[in-house]
Design a protein around this ligand. Sequence first.
Ligand SMILES: C[S@@+](CC[C@H](N)C(=O)[O-])C[C@H]1O[C@@H](n2cnc3c(N)ncnc32)[C@H](O)[C@@H]1O
Length: 419
Amino acid sequence: MMSEVIIPHNQYIPISEVPTTENPEDIEKFPQSEYKKLIVKIDTPLNRAEIALLNKIQKKFSKNGFQMIIEEFKIILYLHSIDFEAFKIHINSLLSTTNPELVDNTIFLSVIGKISKIKSYGIKGGKRFYVTYNDERKVENRKSKVNKRGLYYYAQGNNFSKKNTMLPEQFENNIICRDSEEVLKELPDNCIDLVITSPPYNFGLGYDTSKDEIDWEKYFQKLFDIFDECIRVLKYGGRIIVNIQPLFSDYIPSHHIISNHFMEKKMIWKGEILWEKNNYNCKYCAWGSWKSPSSPYLKYTWEFLEIFAKGDLKKEGSSDKIDIKDDEFKKWVVAKWSIAPERKMIQYDHPAMFPEDLVERALKLFSFEGDVILDPFNGVGTTSAVAKRLNRKYIGIDVSEKYCNIAKKRVKEILPGTN
Ligand SMILES: C[S@@+](CC[C@H](N)C(=O)[O-])C[C@H]1O[C@@H](n2cnc3c(N)ncnc32)[C@H](O)[C@@H]1O
């Protein structure tokens, strides 16, 4: 710790004015039910410059969330909620504009370090909540009630083999230009860890080779033939994630029809992510009745990711192959993801790409490093590119030679591990 240096008196608060926990009023002000208490120990009493800095921090973050009491050999932190990213940035910027002779940085880094060690908190509006985030309506005897009802009854009694196999070498890290139903038939059972894909939606888009305005029954039949192969090649405990948008204007709930199919095949519905694209570009009187209950037409700015597991909700994997960070995990398990639509569709000459960010979140949340990732509708290789970047293996299939060539070039430029 630096020795105290004389600085003009009006720049800091005298130590005698600093409150202490001995004062019962302070304890009452920060009750345990509303604040998490942390103690940062210090070796020598703080100097005036350090106290002044701490007070600046307290002042900026005190509104309803962060309180601090400074004593001779400790700083007591009371946390309700805090924008932790802003908190770190503020402290670092204060330190960078303060004469290092005057303050001991380690005190401030200890405050940051102590807070960052708290692993249980909720996230709301960009803030971490350290208390009351867990409050929920309690159901008595919850476990026994779950047992009575039974979990995922529709997926019981499956015949999935638990014996997983290796993906044959010739398919590994490969982009294959053919019909995916044909290619998948050449793969052995149980060799893929995760399928993530966005099939054609049958909206009438201008793809390079495939038609996108097929009779709905034929469309779903082809899709299901491919998805059935995906289920077969998936490992026990593996996952399938299908990004889909229903064709609202034709009243076709594709996300429900696809989900029903997976459930009929005894896959476990692991959940659904709502991908909020915030694309408010739909005109308000395009279809339906205007300002009348006769037939109002609903508008959507989001798509869905339907997630299914084969045989088991748990997936085998080694803990040193987990690459998701604490904050990513906390944010992404909240199943509404706000991600802008892909902006590089003109550059890659493809009309319906999904964004890399969407795939990155799905891969980090649902797969381990080293896993094999399959996309049977690979387009210009978004899935393969992200899988390679995140140290996964990939196999991407698309009928269009043009898209496959773009995908190959794109993937070649990716450096693994450039996370
Ligand atoms: C929605 S796009 C996928 C785009 C991809 N997610 C991306 O970001 O580039 C659907 C893709 O499926 C391909 N496709 C259509 N029918 C197919 C089939 N039977 N086998 C393989 N690919 C097919 C199309 O060529 C198209 O590129």
